[in-house]
Ligand binder design. Structure first.
Ligand code: B1M
Length: 210
């Protein structure tokens, strides 16, 4: 019989096939979906997050682990009873206009998902109007913007200004990050938080949404 530790280890190993098989077995054995998520899937990705932070795991391994966790989640999430949703908050995330770098943003999104945040990833090259539309449509708790180019980071400011013009900043937290973005810049443009890496972004998101 499958157990939760085996599931969590398979997430850490990034063994997607095994994660799917074990998750289904645990469901068939009648285990609570919440337990499967908390102790198996998220339990595993939390270890991955810590190892990544400590420099003991690298980007490709983290991505494989996150993909495995997601596949397990797809089996369990529909089984959660109404009002028992595993999401603790909603995040809209994207890379700003003119910028096609998405590796860091994807890692940030995966880490946030591992913390039970619902992430709506808009992709790359997202202009201020598109961010504004997504905020109107999804009513998120947090908007996260990523930029990797010194020439595109100013789009973060343009987006915040447009959100303000549209009266959408009430109750909406803003987080920015990416290699050229500094805490000072985040302050100057009126963002609520800057985060250095994906693990810090996850922690900051949870604090902001709390
Ligand atoms: Co480009 N690129 N690139 N590039 N590229 C950089 C960023 C650069 C520093 C390389 C260099 O010159 N040394 C330089 C920028 C210079 C500058 O502006 N200061 C550069 C350039 C110039 C360019 C082009 C203009 C090159 C050209 O065509 N002449 C071009 C621009 C294209 C465009 O965007 N319009 C370009 C293109 C590309 C590729 C397409 C080839 C590819 C991107 C592929 C992809 O993303 N799908 C690419 C890559 C891979 C890089 C480097 C090598 C690596 C970036 C990366 O993925 N890092 C990069 C040089 C480098 O950084 N060493 C470089 C790994 C990733 C995990 O880290 O993205 O920093 P990072 O994300 C971290 C944190 O920053 C933070 O957490 C992440 C995870 O820990 N974080 C957040 C990120 N977003 C966050 C959001 C948050 C919080 C934290 O809250 C919401």
């Amino acid at each position: 019989m499958a157990d939760l530790e085996e599931l969590s280890n398979s997430v850490i190993e990034g063994n997607e096939e095994k994660v799917v098989e074990l998750t289904q077995e645990l469901v068939d054995d009648g285990l609570e979906p919440k337990e499967i998520i908390r102790q198996g899937l998220i339990g595993g990705i939390n270890v991955v997050g810590q190892r990544f932070k400590d420099g003991d795991m690298f980007i490709p391994q983290v991505m494989m682990a996150a993909e495995s966790m997601k596949s397990g989640m797809e089996i369990v999430n529909p089984l959660l009873a109404e009002g028992e949703s595993s999401s603790v908050g909603k995040v809209v995330l994207g890379t700003v206009a003119g910028d096609l770098h998405d590796i860091g943003k994807n890692l940030v999104g995966m880490m946030m998902e591992s913390a039970s945040l619902e992430v709506i990833d808009l992709g790359v090259d997202i202009d201020p109007e598109e961010f504004v539309e997504a905020v109107k449509e999804n009513d998120p708790d947090l908007l996260g913007m990523s930029a990797l180019l010194t020439t595109t980071m100013l789009e973060m400011q343009n987006t915040i200004e447009l959100l303000e013009e549209e009266g959408l900043l009430d109750g909406l937290k803003i987080m920015v990050g990416g290699a050229p973005v500094t805490p000072n810049f985040a302050d100057e443009i009126g963002a609520d938080r800057w985060a250095q890496d994906a693990a810090a972004a996850k922690e900051a998101a949870l604090e902001l949404i709390e």
